[in-house]
Design a protein around this ligand. Structure first.
Ligand code: F6P
Length: 426
């Protein structure tokens, strides 16, 4: 009897869940039936409605695979990436048609890199790159050991930007010391005529690869000032001048997130068809959110405003009134994507040793900043807007805070109130 009462109590509490599990009055996913809470509920329901004699129950047979109703397995009717670009360029005119070609080849680059990342373990593509004599290659211009995959992915991006259209005339890669013209990349002077230049980080967070963790690709596209041929100065435009930016995240799914300056859109790679589908139309980042994504191992080196800000989050005294949740994957694309979808803040601050932090303005902070702003978020150095920063060199670094507008605003406020403390210490 007591058991019966307990079961009735649990049943009442879980009625909505049970209704969902049995698909009563809703069309939620059938697989919710397999969560532990639902299994408990189903157990109770069985006990309540089965006969008293357990031996009269049907013998349990081999576990039968859960069958999904047809309506739940059907592919969603989503626009393809190619179709999306076609419509956008029709809406925006000739300039967008140039971008359409380049962005389409970025979609192809992401597909190629996605496959390579998946095959890295089986095809011996892990680890540091070595030269023909088998010794490790020199560090790149950032002072980082280049991984084999960095080089393979760099080659893919160079070829996709320079070789697939006459739109891009020069490129700057995070992996290379200086910018290169597309004539140089392709070994052919026919590739000199494009009106745009591109910047990219071919495999962001590549150290994650060895542990099968998420990595990404980031890119930005700028127009050459009219009547100029590309030089280093062409790349030293403010983030405000970017005409398009995007990233690909290689994770549980491969997703391409893109802005052409009028909103942010996301496309997921359909693994069956090998095409990107428009799964995330007009992404809007929550105005405030719980995630904070900092490498807190560096806490003692952060400036006082950042330390005070993080202390506040952990003490629960944040003015945005949401309980904070720490997440740090160590790949910018993955961490920022999480913030874009769930709301919160990503930060790579300056440290007492490196006042400008680690992230590169051209290849990382600007493109990610544009994407976040176009989704309704904010991109700050802590003391100003990232996209307003005048680059002074193609590998320049910048303190970077990206995320929900309220979270980033709060961080900026800490910079205003506590900036004197660091000055006092010096
Ligand atoms: O800039 C490269 C990068 O791998 C980013 O993708 C990532 O956010 C950051 O470095 C991680 O750096 P750290 O290991 O110092 O936290």
């Amino acid at each position: 009897m007591t058991n019966m009462k307990i079961c009735l109590g649990v049943l009442l509490l879980l009625l909505p869940t049970i209704a969902t599990a049995f698909n009563i009055g809703s069309h939620h996913e059938v697989n919710r039936i397999s969560t532990p809470r639902n299994i408990a509920a189903v157990g109770c329901v069985t006990a309540l409605f089965s006969s008293q004699d357990p031996s009269s129950q049907q013998p349990t047979s081999e576990a039968t695979p859960v069958k999904l109703a047809r309506s739940q397995t059907r592919k969603k009717d989503l626009k393809t990436f190619a179709r999306y670009l076609e419509i956008e360029s029709w809406k925006r005119g000739s300039e967008a048609r140039d971008l359409e070609i380049v962005l389409r080849s970025m979609g192809d680059a992401c597909k190629q890199i996605s496959r390579i990342v998946q095959r890295a373990q089986t095809d011996d593509l892990y680890g540091a790159a070595v030269g023909v004599d088998g010794s490790p290659l020199d560090e790149n211009v950032q002072g980082e050991v280049q991984q084999k995959l960095d080089l393979v992915c760099n080659a893919i991006m160079l070829k996709q930007f320079c070789g697939s259209s006459n739109v891009i005339s020069a490129v700057a890669s995070e992996e290379e010391d200086s910018y290169r013209t597309c004539c140089d990349v392709m070994g052919n002077s026919a590739f000199a005529i494009g009106d745009y230049v591109a910047v990219f980080d071919p495999l962001d967070g590549s150290k994650n690869i060895d542990a099968s963790l998420p990595v990404g690709t980031i890119f930005g596209i700028y127009k050459c000032p009219p009547g100029t041929t590309p030089s280093e100065n062409t790349f030293l435009q403010k983030g405000n001048d970017m005409v398009a930016a995007g990233y690909c995240l290689y994770s549980a799914t491969t997703i391409l997130v893109l802005t052409m300056g009028a909103g942010t859109n996301g496309f997921t790679l359909d693994p069956d068809k090998g095409i990107f589908l428009h799964t995330h139309p007009d992404i809007r980042i929550p105005a405030a959110g719980p995630i904070y994504s900092f490498n807190e191992a560096n806490y003692r080196d952060f400036s006082s405003p950042v330390q005070q800000y993080l202390n506040g989050l952990k003490e629960g005294s944040s003015s945005i009134g949401i309980r904070s949740n720490a997440r740090y994957i160590g790949a910018l694309v993955a961490d920022v994507h999480n913030v874009l979808i769930n709301g919160g803040i990503y930060g790579y601050p300056g440290t007492r040793k490196n006042a400008n932090g680690k992230l590169r303005l051209l290849y990382e902070s600007n493109p990610m900043g544009m994407i976040i702003e176009q989704a309704g978020g904010a991109a700050s150095t802590g003391t100003g807007r990232i996209l307003d920063v005048q680059p002074t060199g193609i590998h320049m670094r910048i303190p970077t805070f990206l995320g929900s507008i309220e979270n980033v605003y709060e961080l900026d406020q800490f910079h205003q109130y506590y900036s004197d403390e660091d000055e006092d210490e010096t």
